[in-house]
Design a binder for this molecule. Structure first.
Ligand code: FES
Length: 319
């Protein structure tokens, strides 16, 4: 502990202060392609950097928590954790989606325990406070004994929600921030809009834990360098040289790379009846990251995505 009010914020891995690591990272990020060099190791190994990511990114940014088509009917809901906060999204009586902190307004017990379900009301298991699909408190047993009790003061805490191309995003931020549609406008117009991702249908949802820093996967989705080598026995069997992979433009809100597959037919290619896609886009694979953590592989006949969050410096949760 230093002599001031706060602990010295240093990195056990390198002994460097967080502020110094951030400065080094900024220098790396601003370097040209010709002078690029690896990022400081602390970025992936330091607990102080991980805590900084939680505060600066995961509690403030839009986090993808699922697809609109997973909850098509009134009362259908999904739950998801963002930076250790459980969130709940539900389709309300007006068929619109709403998001809340998944905690009862009474003593903050977790309200809905399953990752997905359907309900008419949300009833807390602890003292049975019950809420409607708009988060309004409908019933609180015995609270009539409290003279000043006002149900309207005990709604679920609402969160901002946004939809882009069928993906549902929620943010813990209390400030109004620009929506994913605004941030991804040029990417939508120039690259992925032609696929109409909102029409792709969810067939499988799974959760995985991987032993790596979460940013390793973000990098993996935004660079082609590893593909001809690391995937030579899988989807890079076409032996396409690195020069034929296209890396997208620099942008604060997204990164991507793309490569056309060999054949106009078969897996990965557009269906013959698909009239939206033209030319090489009929066999194009695009890997992209909608910052900070939403990773997508998009093909004419296939959409795979994950939302990654750190579980530590060396482990991530992919949902
Ligand atoms: S904590 Fe939910 S009703 Fe008491």
């Amino acid at each position: 502990m230093n002599k001031g009010n706060s602990p010295v914020n240093t990195n056990a891995y390198t002994g460097l202060a967080l502020s110094h690591v951030l400065e080094q990272l900024k220098e790396c990020a601003s370097a040209s392609f010709e002078t690029a060099r690896p990022i400081p190791p602390s970025v992936n190994h330091a607990q102080s950097f991980l805590a900084h990511e939680r505060d600066a990114i995961f509690t403030k940014e839009w986090i993808c928590i699922g697809r609109e088509d997973e909850i098509p009917s009134v009362g259908d809901y999904l739950t998801h954790d963002i930076a250790d906060v459980s969130v709940l999204i539900v389709r309300n009586e007006n068929k619109l989606l709403s998001a809340f902190v998944n905690a009862c307004a009474h003593r903050f017990a977790c309200l809905m325990h399953k990752p997905q379900g359907s309900t008419k009301r949300f009833t807390c298991r602890y003292h049975s406070w019950t809420y409607d699909l708009d988060g309004r408190l409908l019933n609180a047993p015995y609270m009539q004994m409290k003279k000043d009790f006002q149900s309207s003061e005990h709604s679920l805490r609402p969160l901002q929600l946004a939809i882009w191309e069928g993906f549902v995003y929620v943010t813990l931020s209390e400030k109004t921030i620009t929506t994913p549609s605004q941030r991804l406008k040029s990417f939508t117009e120039n690259v992925v809009g032609r696929y109409n991702m909102g029409c792709y249908v969810t067939v499988l949802r799974e959760t995985m834990t991987w032993n790596a820093n979460w940013k390793n996967l973000v990098e993996n989705f935004t660079e082609s360098y590893h593909v001809p080598m690391a995937h030579s026995e899988t989807f890079a069997k076409h032996e396409k040289p690195l020069e034929e992979y296209v890396c997208g433009e620099d942008n604060d809100h997204y990164g991507y790379h793309r490569a056309a597959q060999k054949s106009d037919t078969g897996l990965g290619a557009a269906h013959p009846k698909n009239q939206r896609l033209e030319g090489e886009w009929r066999r194009m694979m695009i890997d992209f990251c909608a910052f900070p953590n939403h990773l997508v592989t998009l093909m004419p006949d296939y959409l795979w995505y994950i939302s990654v969050q750190p579980k530590g410096t060396d482990q991530m949760l992919a949902t």
